[in-house]
Design a protein around this ligand. Structure first.
Ligand code: ADP
Ligand code: MG
Length: 641
């Protein structure tokens, strides 16, 4: 028997639950739903993001309203337009087997008359942002004097955003005998005040720090010089070819600037912030959900509560002003039991914030160093090799093979492989050859034996041995579990394995050279679930001997092209397979012939650096057009709902 059936939900809701694929209620649902169904009561529910609050109030409200009565019976207030739409959408899913229920979203930036018309047709449930709701009340476009239920979702965030007055005004036009349900992640004084003012003996429920994310999110920070922040972001993206991320900035201006810069540098990125028009925001979110955007650069407010599956990384490009906000950010990843990583790019002066966050999240950060150019090249190369291996061949290509074969027939297999891989790889190596490494280390946080000197170094690895091993997140490892596994398997001490860097199909780690023989001997003879582990000493010796004679350390990124050219974004190469090995030239035909895997991503070709003109010092300049917020980068083919 399904646990949902014990909560007292109606047949039609249970049917919807089945469609949604929810197997068991979450904790907040289990606690809230039976109480709300059973009696008419006020409620305060405290639960982190990602705990399933929408259904916790959504199921009861749908079950309790009278579908035969067209009057507005429930009002749900939520902080942002995006959340408003998300909740409306969820409620529509929940109520799809319930006849006659209308849910209408009311938010700024869209036609108020159209929303008024939708309400007039009969909306039992209105989901609204406080600002627009207040506006509609003032203009007499909505009547909430007869509602039975009022739900304040993300109450703390609404108050953070300065909606106190609006909320008070809105609530004062509702009947006293309605029930108010307040959902919030935290309970600051203002929320408590609203509670006191507008609720009678509310039942309080608290869900332990059971943020579904928290157990599955690992936290990392990268210490960089302030001037290297953007470069660090790029390298993190380059070293995670399958990254699908939300990048948080502190202000709208920075959000726009970083997104523009990424796009200029050939990444599939877009900005999300409050200065965009609604159509722009919808377009961006649609592309992001559709995975045509790999890096969504967002403000906290715009991204609050966004629920997109499979986000691999949350990147704190800048830390938030309020460290509590960190939780909301990192909760965007590690959802639905999947592993996620929350990354902080931090400068020395902000380091103490890391310790404060550790206290709040009750988890430790791992300090990591920005991968060196050569490490990135290695990662990209292996990624490419794997992609080639996993590519499914479309037999349309057969027609062209005779001609292709005749061009390539004089090459041996070895030569052919080298050349093929170089087509992609030269771009990275050319870029990174010319650019210094930017990694620094915090001396204070003694996490690895080779960090003891604490001095910023260009050479990442000191005297350590770096290994490549053919197991990774695909085998359910994250850095912590792999580190443990290695220490255990190799019978090594606490600090003997370090700089563990887990990628999908492979990983890197370091030991001191004295352990090298042991590692090679033991690990190459171990099997993991029937598969032989293969460990190699990575060619990377830290790169200290390469082109780093201080020439480029004056702040620029060297004389090369300003950005690592980006290959096309392919998000799940093993499953998708349709990407093929296509030319990165944007002039290549988009349709027919060799299709790109995800044509719609805004993406620059960016390759083959030498033959493109470049602007002098472009990497140091403030990004263009940062003043024109409204002019947001948009996915190439925005579609309407
Ligand atoms: P919150 O509002 O607490 O941040 P949401 O209501 O947005 O959380 O839910 C987060 C995600 O979890 C959504 O994708 C939702 O569909 C999913 N979810 C909610 N309840 C369940 C459940 N009982 N089982 C599985 N997934 C659920
Ligand atoms: Mg929510």
């Amino acid at each position: 028997m399904n646990k949902f059936e014990q909560l007292g939900l109606s047949e039609s809701l249970l049917k919807a639950v089945l469609d949604l694929g929810f197997e068991n209620p979450s904790e907040v649902q289990e606690k809230a739903i039976p109480l709300l169904l059973e009696k008419d009561t006020d409620m305060v529910a405290l639960a982190q993001t990602g705990t399933g609050k929408t259904a916790a109030f959504g199921f009861p409200v749908i079950q309790k309203i009278d579908a035969n009565n067209r009057n507005t019976q429930a009002l749900i207030l939520s902080p942002t337009r995006e959340l408003c739409l998300q909740i409306t959408n969820e409620l529509k899913n929940y109520s799809k087997y319930e006849k006659g229920i209308n849910v209408v979203a009311v938010y700024g930036g869209a036609s108020i008359t159209e929303q008024a018309r939708d309400i007039k047709r009969g909306a039992q449930i209105i989901v609204a942002t406080p600002g627009r709701m207040q506006d509609m009340i003032n203009r007499g476009l909505v009547n909430i004097t007869g509602i039975n239920y009022c739900i304040l979702d993300e109450a703390d965030e609404m108050l953070n955003m300065g909606f106190y007055e609006d909320i008070v005004n809105i609530l004062s036009t509702t009947p006293d005998d309605k029930n108010t349900w307040l959902f919030s992640a935290t309970m600051p004084a203002e929320v408590a005040r609203i509670g006191k003012q507008f609720m009678t003996d509310p039942i309080e429920i608290t869900v332990g720090a059971k943020n579904s994310g928290s157990a599955t999110v690992s936290h990392e920070f990268y210490l960089v010089n302030a001037r290297d922040r953007y470069e660090a972001l790029k390298r993190l993206a380059d070293s995670n070819p399958d990254i699908f991320s939300v990048v948080f900035c502190r202000t709208k201006r920075d959000t726009q600037a970083v997104a523009e810069k990424l796009i200029e540098d050939g990444y599939s990125a877009a900005a999300l912030h409050g200065d965009l028009s609604q159509a722009q925001r919808d377009g961006v979110m649609k592309s992001f959900r559709g995975r045509q955007i790999q890096m969504l650069v967002a403000t906290d407010v715009a991204a609050r509560g966004i629920d997109v599956d499979n986000i691999t990384h949350v990147v704190n490009y800048q830390l938030p002003d309020e460290i509590e906000t960190y939780n909301h950010r990192s909760g965007r990843t590690g959802r639905a039991g999947r592993l996620g990583t929350s990354i902080v790019i931090v400068t020395k002066s902000e380091l103490r914030k890391i310790s404060s966050i550790e206290r709040i999240i009750k988890q430790k950060f791992e300090e990591k160093s920005i991968p060196s150019g050569i490490e990135i090249c290695e990662i990209q190369l292996l990624h490419l090799a794997n992609k080639i291996k996993d590519t499914e061949v479309d037999h349309e290509i057969d027609t062209y093979l005779p001609a292709i074969n005749s061009v390539l027939e004089d090459l041996s297999k070895e030569e052919l492989i080298k050349k093929m891989v170089s087509v992609e790889f030269n771009r990275f190596i050319n870029y990174y050859k010319k650019n210094r490494d930017i990694s620094t280390q915090s001396g204070e946080r003694r996490e690895r034996s080779d960090d003891r000197d604490g001095a910023p170094r260009e050479n990442n690895n000191g005297g350590a041995t770096r290994y490549f091993v053919n197991i990774g997140s695909r085998d359910n490892f994250d850095w912590m579990s792999l580190k443990d596994y290695l220490k255990e398997t190799l019978d090594l001490g606490r600090d003997d394995v370090f700089k563990v860097d887990v990628k999908e199909g492979f990983s890197f780690f370091n030991t001191d050279p004295e352990h090298t023989d042991k590692v090679m001997e033991i690990l190459n003879n171990v099997q993991l679930e029937g598969r032989r582990i293969n460990v190699e000493i990575s060619k990377n010796d830290g790169g200290g001997r390469r082109d780093h004679n201080g020439r480029s350390s004056g702040g620029g990124f060297g004389g090369g092209r300003s950005s690592a050219p980006r290959r096309e974004g392919s998000f799940a190469p093993r499953r998708e397979g349709s990407g093929g090995f296509r030319s990165d030239r944007s002039s290549a035909p988009r349709e027919g012939g060799f299709r790109s895997d995800r044509g719609a991503a805004p993406r620059r070709e960016g390759g083959f650096s030498s033959d493109r003109p470049r602007t002098e010092g472009s990497s140091d300049r403030a990004p263009r057009r940062s003043e024109s917020f409204g002019d947001a980068p948009r996915p190439r083919r925005p579609r309407r709902d």
